[in-house]
Write a protein that binds this ligand. Structure first.
Ligand code: SER
Length: 314
């Protein structure tokens, strides 16, 4: 039986697009999508799908044995804003799912692991501009703590047990196919939906809050590229800094106004402002560029054009 790829959290914002991309590369039947429920029917019906709880070690293990899974992309997580509301749930899901997958790799049930980290690993004491790969990391959100600790464990499993785990620190991801859920950077997706629907958006961050962002196509490309790279080129086994663009709510609003001149943005910062304020404004991704030739393609102008076009058609 040919070896298979399992995506855990396949109904989520990144998981869904990753599923389609990996099926394009490896064939529909070789990529098993899984999630805790069938909330995204289009994806559920698009190929092999199993209902899987990322917190259930035996369920993941059985799935790997039954389908000869050798690679797992662990995309299930509670994000920054939801994590602040449900700290223990975030810790439980984000950490236990990672241990389950790393432990399956440790005993060689599977051979390769992708696990996403985030700009949330950084905190208020981190230098904010061009944040370096190696720098002060004192995350102040539960989500950030799970990602920071997760990075340490990934590196540990690689060093001690030879586990081939690879990771990137995603910035805020902008996409039109699947909505994000529970993140602080979600405004940069919501704003396009509201611009088309109501020509107005009330932003939960202040106008000058600059954050690192990236278009989904670039994020998927990075994910595929790091997993396809030769093992010895992947020098960082915690997680790679990854950058594309940085902008503020005001700047994204301006770029929308180039297409929809009467679009209006207002600002009403809520608890997510403090989370955003604790994160970097821009990221230095020199190491990813050097080690596995990372390069982004989409500018803010490109993203706005594509988002308004695709959502408009939808
Ligand atoms: N997009 C994530 C969030 O806002 C950051 O990784 O929580």
């Amino acid at each position: 039986m040919t070896s298979k790829i399992l995506i855990i959290g396949a109904c989520g914002q990144i998981g869904s697009e990753l599923t389609y991309k990996l099926r394009e590369i490896h064939g529909v039947d070789n990529v098993i999508a899984s999630d805790i429920n069938t909330r995204k029917l289009e994806l559920v019906n698009a190929g092999p799908f199993v209902i899987l709880d990322a917190k259930n070690f035996n369920a993941i293990k059985d799935c790997c044995i039954n389908h000869n899974v050798k690679t797992i992309y662990l995309m299930a997580a509670l994000l920054s804003a939801t994590g602040e509301k449900y700290p223990m749930e975030a810790w439980d899901l984000n950490m236990n799912s990672l241990f389950h997958v790393l432990n399956l790799a440790k005993v060689k049930q599977i051979d390769h692991v992708f696990w996403p980290s985030s700009i949330a690993v950084f905190g208020p004491t981190t230098p904010k501009e061009d944040t370096a790969q190696h720098t002060i990391m004192e995350p102040s959100t539960v989500y950030g703590i799970t990602k920071q600790v997760g990075e340490r464990w990934c590196e540990y499993y690689h060093e001690k047990y030879g586990v081939d785990v690879r990771s990137i620190r995603y910035p805020g991801i902008i996409s039109w196919k699947t909505l994000p859920g529970g993140g602080t950077t979600d405004y940069a997706v919501e704003i396009y939906h509201e611009a088309l629907k109501n020509k107005a958006y009330e932003c939960f961050l202040s106008e000058d809050t600059e954050l690192p962002m990236m278009f989904m196509d670039d994020a998927i490309k990075a994910t595929v590229d790091i997993m396809q790279a030769d093992a010895d080129t992947i020098k960082i086994r915690s997680s790679y800094n990854l950058a594309a663009i940085s902008f503020t709510p005001k700047e994204i609003a301006n770029s929308i106004q180039e297409h929809i001149p009467d679009f209006k943005i207002t600002y009403k910062p809520d608890f997510r402002q403090a989370i955003a304020d604790s994160w970097p404004k821009s990221i230095d991704d020199t190491t990813a560029k050097k080690d596995w030739n990372w390069e982004h393609a989409f500018s803010l102008k490109d993203i706005t054009k594509e988002m308004l076009l695709q959502l408009g058609e939808k």
